[in-house]
Design a protein around this ligand. Structure first.
Ligand code: HEM
Length: 124
């Protein structure tokens, strides 16, 4: 029995740090920062989105969290997210996972899942 993906991501606290850094990376990424910087002015909304991201990642990796946010289409509907932006977000995620010492197989697994959601997020 191997360790679960949830454990390999560092459990609840590890995932919390990952989400904080991923959002920071998006805010610093010229390709997508305009989508995220407005949340600096809405700390409560930012906290809610981050909680949803933690729950989404926690539940999706086998943890006890329950995601009660919107579905992927509903969360991104009307944003008209393009392929370049999508790749930029994936680059941010990969960079943060690497920085946090998440192993290569786990990084590939996370990216594969993220990539599989493309049809629910791009230009919906
Ligand atoms: C695999 C890729 C992605 C996943 C798994 C994902 C996941 C999520 C989740 C779980 C939420 C929270 C929904 C809620 O609060 O109900 C969210 C919100 C959001 N996502 Fe994504 N996302 C992805 C890609 C993107 C991309 C590429 C962009 C834009 C460049 C983006 C922009 C946003 C924004 C702006 C919000 C906040 C929406 C709000 O205020 O309700 N996402 N995303």
């Amino acid at each position: 029995m191997g360790t679960s993906m949830y454990e390999r991501l560092g459990g609840a606290s590890g995932i919390g740090h990952l989400v904080d850094d991923i959002v920071e990376a998006h805010m610093a990424n010229p390709l997508i920062q305009a989508r995220f910087l407005p949340y600096r002015e809405q700390p409560e909304r930012l906290a809610a989105v981050k909680r949803h991201l933690r729950d989404f990642l926690g539940m999706g990796s086998g943890g006890p969290e329950q995601y009660d946010g919107k579905g992927m289409v509903g969360a991104h509907r009307g944003m008209n997210i393009g392929a370049e932006e999508y790749m930029a977000a994936m680059d941010d995620i990969l960079g943060v996972l690497t920085k946090h010492g998440v192993d290569e197989q786990t990084r590939k697994d996370v990216l594969a899942i993220a990539y599989s959601l493309k049809g629910e997020i791009l230009r919906v």
